[in-house]
Structures are given as structure tokens and as C-alpha cells.
Design a protein around this ligand. Structure first.
Ligand code: ADP
Ligand code: MG
Length: 693
């Protein structure tokens, strides 16, 4: 959308006027706040009431419509109180059973009455019967329905019939004109929006039910396409908006980078070089980079980040390096410091745990522009730090942050730089499956390091039942005596942090008793940051041989000499968490082992997770399974709050639609701004920021 275009008036969705408060509350529970939401409240499935079956020919196994005269009806008390009614249509007799009933129903079912009933037939001892069918009394001619009957997701107190009537009315009242220009719609070979919603709410009897049920029907595909298109438009607008701002163009000089490369004990991999080249190019442009650097654990993102930081430093501009936890931030600090200090680059550590005076001093140095690279936690940067001339923000573990946080950081940059914004390099060690990157991360450019440094031997993963804990103890002893180091990861207790802590302390005490000959350390989230740092340093230096840890070490920790990891109650952990934890070992040429201790009995889901982690070493494969098992909502978690989750489209089966939506979005943004506006108003309503301007 070109900047400066005057916003055209937005058509707001008609409101739900004339409904009682209790109905509105119930609708709200279903996520329905406007008439248009009703249009998009699509059926879960359909009942076929288009066809009347003779009782003797009605198939069992799914709901059918039959009609007959009441022969007799009684209240029976065995095996429990129930109203039993027999109807007959000339072809056979059908028994109806009602366990909850009113006495008035008894009168309604007087012999001779014609009843039309809908339900599933079961063949019992006394012939065919239906339990709790839907029914109506028939007087004279009652034509069968001309379309399948939609069954909607609903909530207590809101009957299907009532919901159906509301939806019918909404379909008549709302503007269902297509938001897609003809020229864009035609090549897609998808039906019109109006046709699609009408069809899904009232499908004709001859439709293939399977296609409808599995959401493969063109009408379904149109809805999914529109939803994906709205997401693409929204994300691309975020992207373009941020990019529309100015940023310092950082020339590629390369002296410091060459010096660092000369000093590193390794050559960059091909994948690292490629990612670095993309970043260097972005940094040299006069608008803010928004790039996500993703690579499996251990793929060497930090070296790439350090080289990128130098490009800023060479241009006399500051860099912020942020990590989500103190442990990780401190590690980055040490690594940057070790690599850059002897190049004459000032690296400053900004910890929440610094003494007040030291902290003031560090902050003053950053504000004065004396500190070129400042390292700390996200929280710290969001709150306290002011820069002199920040040009690049490096943000580790970006996957934990949603599109709105991505925006918030920009706001801060704006304040500090008077209009110009810093470039952003986000890093994620949780590989993001391609479809997820194309959808929820479409507001970013992505570089992938898809190769591990050479000479790594893959981590051997072992599944060991808790019953064989002794063998595990022996292994740890052997490894540590031979000069290696090991991690022991405490069980995850999601329900209670206090219990989690207690478990960690107990485990620590227990292992200290088991291994009197070893130096055992403990690190957990509740430790004060200087204590945490002390323990981590001791482990890094080899003074601690066995490190007992909670999942705080999940991200980023890099101690190559640690070659053994034990994860207790691995069955409780998620796939990406297990993968991240396992990535802490296997960081040298020595063979590493990750032992997943599990407790029987295993749930089906836990068994599957353990099998996947056992069989897969590639983070992208693990992530793909994770997406399949949990869906994007879980994977993105609350972190992505603010981005509407997909309700209809499915990222594993609708890849073709996702690709089409992406292409159409680009053209639409370029050539049809009014259509963009209309489409976003339809799908995102007032939620979208773009519409608020
Ligand atoms: P991650 O991508 O998980 O952040 P790191 O940047 O911590 O990975 O790198 C993991 C380890 O590999 C570090 O010890 C790092 O120094 C080393 N490393 C990085 N790049 C290479 C390379 N090209 N060859 C060999 N070792 C490398
Ligand atoms: Mg890292």
C-alpha cells in the first residue's frame, strides 16, 4: 500500500442488533460478534434430511429420515424409565426410545399420529430402533428438505435451529460481494465467495458428502484461500510498513570481519556464508532489515551474528544483542567478548543482576555511544536501555515472540533513533517448518542455515525405562571419570513452579549422594543471576562435571566438552523441547549420547513423541512432526497472540492454497489497494491495525 494514500471509508460489518443479551453472550462464546461472523460460522457436518427411507430399507450406521404412524406408545421402567413408541410405515416397524421425556409427549404420540423422525437406526433384539431421534408430528403434506441440513458448532442454550435461522438471516443481510478482483480470481478456478458460503450453509442433496466433510470441495477451498489471503495481506503489510521507515545503510567494509574470520578456529560452512551474505546485503540498504536466521541447534548462528554485528561497528554504529534468559545472554556476552575484544571492539554486559552502580555505569556507556555492542536480556532492553546510535538489534530465540512484539521493538528503536530504525536480525534454533514460515512468519525475510559444521558425530539417542536407572548412573560415572561432562535434566512439572524447584533440589541432593567422587552443580530458573552465572562458568571450565538442571538450559547453552545428557521423565516433554535439550550435547567431534529416561506406562501420545525424537535428528523433521501433532496454535503458543490463527486452512494439507494466496497477495498489494482493504475488513474486521489508520 503506497504511503500517503487517503484511507477509503470502511464498511463495518452489520452488528447483531435485535438479539437478547443471553443470545449475544452465547454467540460470543462461539466467537461470533457480528453478522458477518455468522456467515463464517461454517458447519461441522451435515445431516441428510433430503430423502425419506422406508423403515425396512433404511441403512444403519448413520442418521436417516423415516416416517410412520404411531402404533402404540408406553412408559416402561425396565431397564430404566423410558418412553417407548412404535411407528410403522407399511414396510416395517421401528421402535423409538426416549429416556428424557415429558408426559405431554405421551399424548403427542397418540396412536395414529404420523411422525417424521431423524436419527441413527440400530438393530436391537426387538428389531430396528432409534434412541432419542429428532422428530416432528406431520399433518398433511410435508415436503423433504431440498438441501443437506448443516450441523453447526454450538454451545449450551443455543439450539441448532435457532443458530440456523440467525445464519440464514445473516446470509441475507450481509454484503457478500467478492473482494477478489475478477482478474485475480479467474486463474484460481475457485467459486465466488457468495456462492461458496451459500453452498456450505445449504449444500444440495447430490453433493459428494466426503468432499464436504474433508473440506476438499471447491467451496471450502475458496473459504480457506480467502482466510490464507487475509493472513498473507496482513503479514505483508506489517512487513512493508516496517520497511517503509528509514534505516542506517551500513557499508560493507569487511576489515573487522576478515580479522575475526582469521582468528576463528574454523571455516564458515557454505550455509553460514550464504546466510551472512544475505544479512550483509540487507544491512547495506537504507531501510530496516527484518530477517529471521534459522538453523538447527549447533549450526553456528552465533558466529554469523557476530560477523553481522561487526558490519555495524565498522560503520561506527551500535549493536544490541538480546536473549530471552540471563544464562543465554551471558553466554553470548562471553562469546562476543572472546571473539571481539582483541579486535578492539567494546562489548558491554547489561545484566539485571549487576550491582546498581555497575549497571548505571554500563547504561551510561551505552547511552554515550562508547559501548559498541551491548548484550543483555530482552526484558532489560525493553525497559531501560537508551542507545546513542543503535543500528542493529540481534534477537536470539525470536520464535518466542509474536508479530506484536516484533512491532514493539521497532517502536523503541524509533524513539532512540528519531525516525530511523535499527535493522533486526532474529535468530531461532527451533526450526520453523516451511509452511509455518510462509504463513505466520510472512512478515519476515528468512535465511536458513541448513548444514551443521563438519566433524560432528550425531548424538546417539537412547530410550531407557526408569527401571534401568542403575545402568544410566554407571554410564555417567564412566563418562565423567574419562574426562567428559554430563547434564542431568530434571523432570518438567508444569502444574507448579514450587514443585518443579523442589524436584530439582531433591534430584541434586540425590545425585550428590550417588556420586560422591564427582563435582555436581545445580542450575534452575529461581537462582539469582550471579549464582547462575557462577555455576555455568564452573561447568564451562570443567570444575563441575555433572550439571543438574531444569529446562532453563533448553536454549543456547554451549559446552562442547559435555557429551552425555540424561533427561528424566522425557515422556512429559514436548518434541521441540527434547530436540533443543539434546542439542546441548554433540557439540564436539567426540561421540555424544542423550538418554531419555521414561516412566511406564506411556500414553499413546508420549510413545509417539519418544519414537519421533528417537528416529529423527534433523530439527526440521522434528518440527514438521510437531506441527502435525499439535497444530500451529500450540506451536506458536500465546507468543503469537495478536495474529489470528487459521480456523479453516490446514498448513499440512493446504500448501497449494497457501502458495497461491502468497502470490495473489503480492499482486493485490501492488495493483488493487481497494480490494486489499475490503478483504482485510471482511476477514479481520476492526482487529486489523491497517484499518485503524
Ligand atoms: P547455534 O546455531 O545453536 O547458536 P552456536 O553458534 O552456538 O550454534 O555454534 C555451536 C558451536 O559450533 C560453537 O561452539 C561454535 O563456535 C561452533 N561453530 C560455529 N560455526 C562453526 C563452523 N563453521 N565450524 C566448526 N565449528 C563451528
Ligand atoms: Mg545459539
Amino acid at each position: 500500500m503506497p504511503r500517503g494514500t487517503a484511507p477509503s471509508p470502511i464498511t463495518h460489518h452489520p452488528s447483531l442488533s435485535g438479539l437478547s443479551n443471553s443470545t449475544l453472550t452465547r454467540l460470543a462464546k462461539l466467537g461470533i460478534a457480528s453478522k458477518f461472523d455468522l456467515v463464517l460460522h461454517l458447519p461441522l457436518r451435515y445431516d441428510d434430511e433430503t430423502r425419506l427411507y422406508p423403515i425396512s430399507e433404511a441403512p444403519a450406521g448413520h442418521a436417516v429420515l423415516v416416517e410412520g404412524k404411531v402404533v402404540k406408545s408406553d412408559i416402561k421402567y425396565r431397564p430404566r424409565r423410558q418412553l417407548v413408541c412404535h411407528i410403522e410405515d407399511g414396510s416395517g416397524v421401528l421402535t423409538l426410545r426416549f429416556f428424557n421425556f415429558y408426559l405431554s409427549q405421551m399424548k403427542q404420540f397418540a396412536p395414529g399420529t404420523r411422525l417424521r423422525v431423524f436419527g441413527e437406526i440400530r438393530h436391537g433384539f426387538f428389531g430396528p430402533e432409534m434412541v432419542h431421534p429428532r422428530y416432528r408430528v406431520v399433518h398433511g403434506e410435508l415436503p423433504v428438505s431440498q438441501s443437506l441440513t448443516p450441523v453447526y458448532p454450538t454451545t449450551a442454550g443455543l439450539a441448532q435451529d435457532a443458530l440456523r435461522r440467525l445464519i440464514e438471516r445473516a446470509l441475507a443481510d450481509c454484503d457478500l460481494t467478492d473482494t477478489l478482483p475478477e482478474a485475480l480470481l479467474a486463474p484460481l478456478r475457485l467459486p465466488l465467495f457468495r456462492e461458496s458460503v451459500s453452498f456450505l450453509h445449504n449444500p444440495p442433496p447430490d453433493v459428494a458428502q466426503g468432499e464436504l466433510q474433508e473440506r476438499r470441495h471447491p467451496a471450502w477451498r475458496r473459504i480457506k484461500f480467502d482466510e490464507l489471503l487475509a493472513q498473507q495481506l496482513s503479514m505483508r503489510l506489517h512487513y512493508k510498513r516496517r520497511r517503509a521507515a528509514g534505516a542506517p545503510a551500513l557499508k560493507i567494509r569487511g576489515t573487522l570481519a576478515r580479522a575475526l574470520l582469521g582468528q576463528l578456529p574454523f571455516e564458515l560452512t557454505r550455509a553460514q556464508r550464504k546466510a551472512l551474505a544475505q544479512i550483509q546485503h540487507d544491512l547495506s540498504r537504507p531501510y530496516p532489515m527484518q530477517r529471521l536466521l534459522q538453523g538447527d541447534v549447533g549450526s553456528g548462528k552465533t558466529a554469523v551474528a557476530a560477523l553481522a554485528a561487526l558490519q555495524s561497528v565498522e560503520n561506527g554504529r551500535q549493536v544490541a544483542v538480546m536473549a530471552p534468559t540471563e544464562i543465554l545472554a551471558e553466554q553470548h556476552y562471553h562469546k562476543f567478548e572472546a571473539w571481539l575484544a582483541n579486535l578492539g571492539v567494546d562489548v558491554t554486559w547489561l545484566s539485571g543482576g549487576l550491582r546498581k552502580q555497575d549497571k548505571q555505569q554500563a547504561l551510561a556507556k551505552v547511552a554515550a555511544g562508547k559501548a559498541m555492542i551491548a548484550v543483555g536480556t530482552h526484558a532489560l532492553f525493553q525497559e531501560e536501555v537508551r542507545f546513542h546510535n543503535l543500528a542493529l538489534a540481534i534477537i536470539d530465540e525470536q520464535h518466542r515472540f509474536g508479530v506484536h512484539q516484533r512491532l514493539a521493538l521497532r517502536m523503541k528503536g524509533t524513539q532512540t533513533n528519531m525516525g530511523a530504525q535499527p535493522h533486526q536480525l532474529m535468530m531461532s534454533a527451533t526450526p520453523i517448518p516451511r509452511t509455518l514460515a510462509m504463513s505466520y512468519y510472512a512478515d519476515l525475510d528468512v535465511s536458513v542455515i541448513d548444514e551443521l559444521p563438519p566433524g560432528r558425530t550425531p548424538v546417539a539417542t537412547k530410550l531407557v525405562s526408569e527401571a534401568r536407572r542403575d545402568e544410566v548412573i554407571r554410564r555417567i560415572r564412566d563418562a565423567c571419570v574419562a574426562g567428559s561432562q554430563a547434564y542431568w535434566v530434571c523432570p518438567l512439572i508444569e502444574e507448579s513452579e514450587a514443585l518443579q524447584l523442589k524436584t530439582a533440589l531433591d534430584t541434586y541432593e540425590g545425585l550428590r549422594n550417588t556420586f560422591p567422587e564427582l563435582e555436581v552443580g545445580l542450575v534452575h530458573g529461581r537462582l539469582r543471576s550471579e549464582d547462575k552465572a557462577r555455576v555455568m562458568r564452573a561447568f564451562q571450565d570443567g570444575a563441575i562435571q555433572l550439571l543438574v538442571a531444569t529446562t532453563v538450559i533448553e536454549v543456547g547453552v554451549d559446552v562442547p566438552n559435555a557429551t552425555l545428557m540424561v533427561i528424566e521423565h522425557a515422556e512429559r516433554m514436548g518434541l521441540s523441547q527434547l530436540h533443543q535439550l539434546r542439542g546441548r550435547v554433540g557439540r564436539s567431534a567426540d561421540r555424544s549420547t542423550c538418554i531419555l529416561l521414561y516412566q511406564n506406562p506411556l500414553t499413546e501420545a508420549a510413545r509417539e513423541r519418544l519414537k519421533i525424537i528417537f528416529e529423527n535428528h534433523d530439527g526440521f523433521e522434528v518440527a514438521r512432526h510437531d506441527l502435525r501433532l499439535r497444530g500451529p496454535g500450540e506451536l506458536l503458543g500465546a507468543r503469537q497472540s495478536g495474529v489470528p490463527l487459521l480456523r479453516f486452512a490446514d498448513l499440512s494439507s493446504d500448501v497449494d492454497l497457501l502458495e497461491a494466496a502468497r502470490n495473489v497477495a503480492e499482486t493485490m498489494l501492488r495493483e488493487h489497494p481497494a480490494a486489499v482493504r475490503a478483504h482485510l475488513a471482511r476477514w479481520l474486521g476492526e482487529r486489523h491495525e491497517y484499518l485503524k489508520v
